[in-house]
Ligand binder design. Sequence first.
Ligand code: SAM
Length: 373
Amino acid sequence: DSALGPAHPRWIRVNAVKSTLDEQLDSTFKGFKLVATIKEVMDSPAGSKVICLDGHVPNLVAASPGVDFTKTQAYKKGEIILQDKASCFPAYLLDPRPDGADGDIIDACSAPGNKTTHLAGILAERGAELNGRKQRIHAFEKDKARAKTLAKMIGVAGSEGITTVHPGADFLRADPESPEFAKVTCLLLDPSCSGSGIVGRDDAPEFCLPSASASASASAGGGAKPGPPAKKRKREEKEDAEKKTAVLPLLDDDGVPSSEGLSPQALESRIQALASFQLSIILHAFSFPAARRVTYSTCSIYPGENEGVVIKALESDVAKRRGWKVLKRDEQVRGMREWDVRGWKDECGGNEEIAEGCIRAERGDGRGTMGFF
Ligand code: SAM
């Protein structure tokens, strides 16, 4: 946690498919001191047993740094998921409802599955039928090795009954007119990005290793660094896949090589390439006939991948034709509208309403999150 300061809390999402907050307070967190603010958690000595219930995202707990939850039964059984607070924003903001209010949901870029399983948790808590065939979460993942990690995480989290994994499937090639997607009302878009909001975290490297998707995703956006020879890469990918399936992911990882250390020009062209790929993901989502809500997120801090992409998406023909707009802050789900770190107005062409509709999280600002949009 060096780049975040020693006080970065551990964020634990209670998986509503398998457990409840009360159950976890009585078991995993038994003996922990409950405090009122994240600051108290962050100020507590490493390893001390202090927790706070998050005020923005339901079923989310901040625990004092240095406590290892990966050894707990709850973690092994998928009752709790270690997921940064900011990474919990997209699924909660998408606000999926059980069948009747909403239809099917697409998670366009799913592995390792933090947000896919969060969507299932939200639906479960709202009374969705998890083992029926009426409502589906379609989880796309272009990289086959990463799709295995995704399937494993969905299994451990107990959400396989409502989720259809599309392993190796490129979301950009999914046909919006296909009957399979006719009932898709919500799409969660969390495409590959520069990862600049998470670089430097101690727990990042294992899950942010360049993998097959690194070249695939970055070439979708262009700008990939030349990789190792094919044979070596294959071996590394195999090892990588094995390592990833050994334990559940601790972070949203991306599979894209870090942008750290690039020259300013190389970084600029990398961001441009990623942004054009990210925009294509949003425009494709906009074209699903029954779609009503979309969330777009990155773990990048660069406006070029964030507000810049949102503005271009809003200016697109498909957005104008189908009436896509940014949800105003006061129309957002409770908790998210109270989160006060918003988009950068200058990067939104000075449009206050759009900037306020965007949500940011800043690393190291005392709120205990990684950098996120
Ligand atoms: N949403 C994930 C989570 O919360 O655990 C993290 C997703 S990661 C930021 C982006 C993922 O998108 C990578 O696994 C990458 O392989 C995948 N991806 C990239 N381009 C894709 C595409 N065109 N279709 C489907 N998946 C894609």
